[in-house]
Each structure stands twice: as C-alpha cells, then as structure tokens.
Design a protein around this ligand. Sequence first.
Ligand SMILES: Nc1ncnc2c1ncn2[C@@H]1O[C@H](COP(=O)(O)OS(=O)(=O)O)[C@@H](OP(=O)(O)O)[C@H]1O
Length: 333
Amino acid sequence: MRLFPFFDRIIVIFGVISARRGAAWAGAGGGVAALNFGHLKAQSRLPVFLTMILLFTYLCYCLSSRCDALPRPVFSIGKFPQAIIIGVKKGGTRALLEFLRVHPDVRAVGAEPHFFDRCYDKGLGWYRSLMPRTLEGQITMEKTPSYFITKEAPRRVHAMSRHTKLIVVVRDPVTRAISDYTQTLSKSPGLPSFQNLAFRNDSAALIDTSWSAVRIGIYAKHLENWLRYFPLSRFLFVSGERLVTDPAGEMGRVQDFLGLKRVVTDKHFYFNQTKGFPCLKKPEGSSQPRCLGKSKGRPHPQIPTEVLLRLRDFYRPFNLKFYQMTGQDFGWS
Ligand SMILES: Nc1ncnc2c1ncn2[C@@H]1O[C@H](COP(=O)(O)OS(=O)(=O)O)[C@@H](OP(=O)(O)O)[C@H]1O
C-alpha cells in the first residue's frame, strides 16, 4: 500500500515546474523516481522520501529568488526588446507602458525584469526567455525604472544592442522624491519624516544626497553615465507631468519615436475625477474602463514649504543642466 497515494503525481508536477525554472532537472528526476515510490520495499522508502524533501526545499529556494519569480511565457521565442523604459522611478513609467500596450504593434513584459541591474548574471538567454512572442512588425518592450540610476546598465544594454531605444519618463524631482518617500512610507509606516531624511544629520543645512529619494532626481548626473554609451538621438524624454495632463499628446511623441503609427490617441483616454488621473477607456478585450492600481496616484503627505523651497534650490542647477543636455525645458520651478 502507498504511504501517500497522490504524492508521486504531485512530485511530478513540481518536477516539471522546477525544470521550467531551469532549477532542477533533478526535480523532474525526483518526480520520475517518485513514480516508483509506492512499489518500493518499506526500507527503501525513507531515503527516497528524504531525497524528495530535499528536492522540494531546493525548488522552494529557487522560486523564492526574485529573478526566478518572474513569469515567463511558455515556449517563448521572443526577441530582445528594441525599446526600454529605463526610468525614472515614480516618473509615470507604469502609466506609459500600460498606454503603450494598447498599441497593436507593441508587446511588452508586464513585470519589471530588472535584468540590467539585479539579474544580469542570469545571462541574456534568460532575459530573452522573458520576452513575449511577437508578430512581424511588432516591437518588444520592457520597463525597469532603476536602470536609469544603475552604473553598469548603460554598458550592459549597449552590449545587448547599441540600437536599443531608450525612454526616460521624468518628473519634477521634488515631487518625485515625495512620491518615492510616500511609497516607502506605505510599506514602513514608522519611517522618519521626509525632512528628517532629506537633510544631513551632521549638517542640517545640507541636502542628504546619499538618500536615494533625493539622489534619483539628479537626472543630469545619471544621464551623463548613459551618454557615454548612447547618443542623445537614441533617447526620448517623456514629461511625467504632461503624461497626466495630456496623455494623448505625450503618447503621440512616444509612438513617433518608436516608429509606430499613431494609434493611441485622445479617443483612448478619459479623465477619472475620483482617481484624479487619466485612465484608459475600455481597453481591448475588457468590458470596463481601466485606471492604474491604488499604488499609482497615492495622496502625498504635506511637506513644509521651507523644505520644498530648499529642495527646489538644490535641484535648480541640476535641472538646468538636464534641460541643456536634453534640449528640452520641463518647466520645473
Ligand atoms: N494615468 C495615471 N494613473 C496613475 N498614476 C499616474 C498616471 N500617470 C502618471 N502617474 C504617476 O505615476 C506615478 C508612479 O510612477 P511609476 O509608475 O513610474 O512608479 S514605479 O517607479 O513603477 O513605482 C504616480 O505617482 P504618485 O502620484 O506619487 O503615486 C502617478 O503620479
């Protein structure tokens, strides 16, 4: 009689899943071994059982790695992305990607792959396996906002393809910093106040540039790093503010840059008064209009005016430099 009648089949399923994750052909092997579990002599069952526990633990370990946790299309033979939204965090990158996905000639990875920052050691084959299949004429995209501030990312993206188009959604760095802080606060409610983090402990007169919420907003510095590998013509800078006030206008620029027909137009958007943001009118295949989730468009905490003024003074020279570098004035005061 079998100890656990369906255990063998469960192990086979785990074996197949783990093999797909590239983690354990051994998992599949364990599954096959388990097929015989019920037919083994009583004294042989314990070692087989222990082996299966070990394989199962290994599988759980593999699945818990952030890089392995990404959903991968089954049997994908997708292409490397021709265009990547590389930044900036809290700039409006999700809104841009979701608006672009309305376009029939755009296929994009839903989750952030984080390949060029966290998962680079997985190799280009792994990265490619995340990409959706495309038809002739469709372009592949992904978005990972942390690429913009990752020192190694420009070299790595260039090594994949020097023709990659790079999109950066930028937003007033002061509002961006508050948005970033709001996100962290939502996960750690005991976080010190914004002003406590924004100024240095040793000298409250100085802005703490080691705080990532501040550092990310020094766009000119991060862009310099990218311009060592890519010419300016390879970039499109999208205004995070205009993406909210005039999504169709900004989408027109993006589609032109990507060499796409202007399919996503003002017909696709409506302004949702409750959310306070533009949303998509009934995306294809859906019976409902669609706004972004609750984590997008969160109310921000009130920050003292004095703090805002000091931050604006801090960013002003960097913003001016960024306007010069990009040839675009984003109008941040
Ligand atoms: N249409 C629409 N709906 C909702 N939110 C919108 C939209 N367009 C832009 N935004 C702004 O996007 C901000 C979040 O930016 P990201 O998507 O880049 O954030 S993240 O880096 O991926 O976490 C988010 O920041 P917060 O307002 O601070 O939540 C929004 O201001």
